[in-house]
Design a protein around this ligand. Structure first.
Ligand code: URA
Ligand code: SF4
Length: 191
């Protein structure tokens, strides 16, 4: 698919999501956080759900966890602008509670639409909620992080959620290690 066609599909889906009332999170959100970023490399990062700052701005990973993620990506020489970043659910759960299974299921059509528009080759899963929602409930983030899984031709790489590194330097080191691996996988795909 041409890049322009991908962008057109994403734009159509964004318009639909912005009016979505399929789950109760629509009642408390300020803005739908659909996702953003470059699609040319066909690389995605998927987090859990928007937080307060994301809800206010309508953009993914712009709060404190996002700033930390930006810093790690920048230090390791990975350009955030080349990655399409989104979340499992597009609206903020009140008080940042984890999204419910019913909300993840209601919102799945948007993530699946993003997948079929972008056709990602490499997907980094940020945290246990994204891991379980996408690869299955039986996975544990602490055991599987840093190890890639190939499913239907797509390389998935789970890591800890960046928020878990805000006060935990050990977790930050683990995320850095995984993002180094992400970069190596990306270089391999681009060869
Ligand atoms: N945490 C997430 O999982 N997603 C965001 O967009 C921001 C914080
Ligand atoms: Fe719709 Fe997803 Fe928002 Fe629920 S979280 S209202 S399904 S866009």
């Amino acid at each position: 698919m041409e890049e322009a066609d991908t962008l057109k599909l994403l734009e159509e889906l964004r318009i639909k999501a912005e009016r979505c009332t399929k789950c109760p999170l629509s009642a408390t959100r300020k803005k739908v956080v659909f996702g953003e970023g470059g699609v040319r490399l066909r690389v995605m990062m998927i987090g859990e759900a928007p937080g307060r700052e994301e809800d206010a701005q309508g953009k993914p990973f712009v709060g404190r966890a996002g700033k930390l993620l930006d810093e790690i990506l920048h230090n390791l020489g990975v350009g955030r602008e080349n990655i399409y970043i989104t979340n499992v659910v597009k609206c903020r759960p009140p008080g940042n509670r984890p999204p419910r299974r019913s909300e993840v299921e209601a919102c799945e059509e948007y993530l699946l639409g993003q997948f079929s528009a972008i056709k990602p080759r490499l997907v980094m899963l940020l945290g246990g909620i994204a891991l379980k929602a996408i690869l299955g409930e039986h996975y544990s983030i602490t055991y599987i992080r840093g190890r890639h899984i190939v499913k239907e031709g797509v390389v998935f790489l789970p890591t800890l959620h960046p928020a878990s590194a805000l006060y935990n330097p050990k977790n930050r080191e683990l995320i850095e290690e995984d993002i180094r691996k992400f970069k190596a996988l990306l270089d391999e795909l681009n060869q």
